[in-house]
Structure formats: C-alpha cells, structure tokens
Design a binder for this molecule. Structure first.
Ligand SMILES: [Mg+2]
Length: 264
C-alpha cells in the first residue's frame, strides 16, 4: 500500500474518537479521510473513553462519515466497565452516575439500575452532564456500605470546540474524596482492560494505538505493548520538551494529523 510502510507490520489499528475522528461533534476531515483509506488494509477498532453514547450510536455516527463501524468494532469505557463487573463480581443492582450510553451498556448485559444507593451492590460512574448533589449523595451511601466502585475513565476534561468541559475523572475525584476510597477499577484507557475485555489475548505488538492524549492513549499503548501514535488534532496541540523526549524514548510517532501518517 502506497505510503504506509510504517503500518505494514500492523494488523489492528485502535483509534480514539474525541480529538481524533471528531471534536465537539465536528468531524476532523484529514483524519477521517485517512481512516477511509486505512480501513481497506487493516482491522480498525474505535475505542473511546467517552461513555455517554452506546456502541450502536457511535457505530452509526462513524458510518455516516464513511467509516466501517459496527457494535463489534466499537469499544467504549462503558462497555469495558460493564464487562469488568460481569467478569469479576456477582453484583446485579447498580447505582448509576452516567448518561444513556452507559445505561444501555449495563442494561444490555442484564444489570438493574436502582434509584437508591442503599439498594446498590455496585456504583458505576461515568461522565454525567446532569450530575446532581443528590446523585453524589446516593452513590456515597452505597460506597460507604462497601458497594463496588467502578469508574469508566480517568479523563479530567473533554475537548470541546471552544473550551474543555469537566470529564468523568472530575466526578470520580468527588466520590473518592467523600468516600475515602479509590475505585476498584477505572476500566477505560490507559487500563489495558479496555482492549483485553473485547480483543482478548492477541499479539499486541502488531497493534497500533492512535490518540490525542499522552496520559490515556499513549499510556495504554505502552502498557499493552502496542505501537503508540499521537495525533495533534485534539487535547494535545503542543508538546513540551520533556514530553517529547519521553515519546521519543517510547518510539511513539507524533503526527499533525493521520494524513501525515499515510505520507510517511
Ligand atoms: Mg481523545
């Protein structure tokens, strides 16, 4: 394939969504065009820490951009959190702080959402743009009684067009402070679980992870032994010397956008 020699050793490309495919709901043209070409040559998984939408919703949004995406090659932190709950606990009743996408992921695996913290065996926390003090108080009741503390993702902010908005990490931090507990799991990137829970035990040296964040996407690649690719289309626009040095040491590729990756 012309111009993708770097990618010849790769058979799976893991692609982040916010800051790579779109930003604040607006498609990033150069990246989308590159992905349309790349999907002809390798299996692509779209992997997002954003739990607010379900896999079918993300898949149809991606398909509307001409990208091949179905429930089977979209992974959200909400899916990963649900699979953790399923694999490692017997909990059935969940107190949810999160949006519809996360609720869908839990319900599709048979979990029951409760309105009272006291009835919950697990608290699942993701980004919730309708967060209230009441929800934090109910979640705290469950956590103080020993319910599982399951978090979707650590992102402290989300990139939006104008200014960033607080991410799930900010909500998790509030519950950590109140309960004096750490989550039992933060299922999203950089936790390798987000990939392992769906892809299983594959050869991760033949996987490349593309993302716009050093602390989640690049870190995930390093932890799981995949090739890290940082695109400067999202949260990370400029790199300080120290970060650049670390990325070089890790053999990470830094590109302005994914078009540049094809041109390498
Ligand atoms: Mg991102």
């Amino acid at each position: 394939m012309n111009g993708v020699s770097y990618l010849e050793s790769i058979n799976v490309l893991v692609v982040d969504l916010d800051g790579v495919v779109w930003i604040g709901g607006k498609a990033i043209g150069a990246n989308v065009r590159a992905l349309r070409r790349l999907q002809e040559h390798m299996r692509i998984y779209y992997v997002t820490n954003n739990s607010t939408k379900s896999r079918p919703e993300y898949a149809s949004k991606l398909r509307s951009l001409g990208l091949e995406a179905w429930e089977s090659n979209v992974i959200t932190s909400g899916r990963a959190a649900t699979l953790w709950l399923k694999r490692f606990t017997k909990a059935r009743n969940v107190y949810l702080i999160g949006e519809e996408g996360l609720r869908w992921e839990l319900e599709v695996e048979g979990y029951h959402m409760v309105d009272r913290g006291l009835e919950a065996e697990a608290v699942v926390v993701g980004l919730d743009r309708r967060l209230t003090y009441h929800k934090l108080a109910e979640a705290l009741k469950a956590l103080l009684r020993g319910a599982y503390f399951i978090a979707t993702n650590p992102d402290h902010i989300l990139p939006e067009e104008e200014t960033p908005i607080p991410g799930a990490g900010a909500i998790i931090a509030a519950l950590e402070t109140a309960s004096k507990r750490k989550p039992d799991v933060i299922a999203g990137k950089p936790n390798p679980w987000i990939l392992v829970s769906t892809l299983g035990d594959i050869d991760y040296s033949r996987v490349a992870v593309v993302g716009d964040r050093v602390d989640t996407d690049i870190e995930l690649a390093l932890r799981i032994g995949a090739k890290p690719i940082l695109t400067l289309t999202g949260v990370t626009r400029n790199l300080d010397e120290e970060t650049l040095r670390r990325l070089r040491e890790a053999n990470a590729i830094v590109v302005k956008d994914l078009g540049e990756l094809l041109a390498r």
